[in-house]
Design a protein around this ligand. Structure first.
Ligand SMILES: C[S@@+](CC[C@H](N)C(=O)[O-])C[C@H]1O[C@@H](n2cnc3c(N)ncnc32)[C@H](O)[C@@H]1O
Length: 444
């Protein structure tokens, strides 16, 4: 799709809301951006989430999904009136029906960040009742080639890559047609990747056409596709790429070494580490900044959802040799690696446990809590529990604006106020954004 209107479309009577069905094409005025990488449009009272469009544009939209009595999804296939900051996407995999990994390649980088800031602000307004402007900061290193971790699928024909948007179809990545957000080393690794025997044995084959027909056959193909083997490719600080094939019979993944916040961290190749090459350092700095102004020397602090200890290290510096940091991480391997990574800090203790169950066992006298939960958020129970301990500061690192907004509402209800928020474009070209929110007691 280009930015000048694309192909001609014969005038036709506009369909009614009930006639919107997959394949129907309709011209729409595109409304605001929404969480999830699309914009909102309306037709005849029905909401349509439109990918590949920008707020204020007029676009020809092809409906891709229509739930009876509910919203539709669609993709802009031609733009009649374009936002001046629309750009031609550089990646050959990006476009209608294409790769599902990127959402905003058609927007200039500054506009991408504006869209993400609008989504964070809208979630905080809707779910937490806060009306604040949100500016998203760019990370060093440029808009492409930043992604040091990918989880891609292997299809029965041996192709490896991300899945197409809302589909199990594999978008094949090769050096000729690379993934532009992945580091070049990751694309290069795909071309020479060996598929281990246990993956080949486990890989489903689609049913033979002669044995399955009609919907049964399509269902079989869908089932086979959803169970495609996956490979995790992790590029470490030294540039080496380690593949891990999860699944039954797989050996334990190797470890690799990352560097951030002034020290090395050993992490499992299939364990959590920030995918953007600069993100761990940027977020560690933002957490350190959110802790400033509060004297934590010699006090007790918590790092919840601690991974291999990135923010534990920041907290250990803040409390100094006489303080204590409790790192809680449910993944046993990550917790063990965190203990090793932080072995030089005598005040650090690591609990391999679920935050939800371990909180009542922790010393209630806590001066600061850093939490960095998964996409689903910490939840109201954990937030209420943290607020009930009355720490001087709560620093919430969030990869999902809706979860951040829900948990913000719980912290506000627990007697805290949002005292600062920074947002970072840790996932350029996608709709994802990372926030670091600082909460202090409402009375302070
Ligand atoms: C977004 S990662 C953050 C890791 C770390 N803070 C970092 O920046 O590298 C979330 C971590 O929380 C862990 N986790 C998920 N649910 C958990 C729970 N209920 N209790 C404790 N840890 C959990 C995951 O294993 C993962 O390591």
């Amino acid at each position: 799709m280009n930015s000048h209107g694309g192909r001609e479309h014969p005038p036709a009577a506009a369909p009614t809301a009930d006639e919107l069905a997959p394949g129907v094409e309709i011209e729409l005025d595109i409304g605001p951006v929404a969480h999830g990488g699309h914009c909102v449009a309306r037709h005849d009272g029905r909401v349509i989430f439109v990918r590949l469009a920008l707020p204020g544009e007029r676009a020809l939209v092809r409906i891709t999904e229509a739930r009876p009595g509910s919203f539709c999804r669609g993709e802009a296939i031609a733009v009649r009136s374009a936002d001046p900051r629309r750009v031609d996407a550089p990646c050959s995999h990006f476009g209608p029906g294409g790769c599902g990994g990127c959402d905003f390649q058609h927007a200039a980088p500054a506009l991408q960040r504006e869209l993400k800031g609008a989504v964070v602000a809208e979630q905080l307004r809707r779910l937490a009742g806060l009306d604040i402007p949100v500016e998203v900061e760019a990370l060093p290193g440029g808009e492409f080639g930043w992604r040091s971790r990918v989880r891609w699928a292997l299809d029965p024909d041996g192709r490896i890559g991300p899945r197409a948007v809302r589909s199990h179809r594999v978008v094949p990545i090769s050096e000729r047609q690379p993934c532009l957000i992945a580091t070049p080393e990751i694309t290069a690794a795909v071309d020479v990747l060996d598929v281990p025997p246990w993956v080949r044995r486990a890989a489903p084959r689609p049913p033979r056409a002669s044995r399955a027909k009609g919907p049964e056959r399509r269902g079989g193909r869908r089932a086979a596709a959803s169970a495609l083997p996956e490979v995790l490719l992790a590029r470490a600080a030294d540039g080496a790429v380690t593949p891990t094939w999860p699944g039954r019979g797989a050996p334990e993944s190797p470890v690799l070494t990352e560097h951030a916040a002034g020290q090395d961290f050993v992490v499992a190749a299939d364990g959590f580490w920030q995918p953007h090459r600069a993100a761990a350092d940027v977020l560690a700095d933002a957490v350190a900044e959110a802790l400033t102004g509060i004297d934590l020397a010699g006090r007790v602090v918590w790092d919840l959802y601690g991974g291999v200890g990135l923010f534990t290290a920041v907290l250990a510096d803040a409390v100094g040799p006489d303080g204590a940091v409790v790192c809680v991480e449910s993944d046993e391997r990550a917790a063990a690696l965190a203990a090793d990574n932080l072995a030089g800090h005598p005040g650090v203790g690591v609990r391999a446990a679920d935050v939800r169950t371990v909180l009542p066992e922790l010393d209630p006298d806590v001066a600061a809590v850093v939490l960095d939960p998964p996409r689903s958020g910490a939840g109201p129970g954990v937030c209420a529990d943290i607020a009930a301990r009355r720490p001087d500061v709560i620093v919430y690192v969030a990869c999902d604006p809706a979860a951040l907004a829900r948990d913000t509402a719980a912290l506000l209800a627990g007697g805290y106020r949002l005292a600062g928020l920074r947002a970072f474009d840790t996932f350029p070209q996608t709709h994802h954004v990372e926030c670091v929110a600082r909460f202090v007691p409402a009375s302070s």
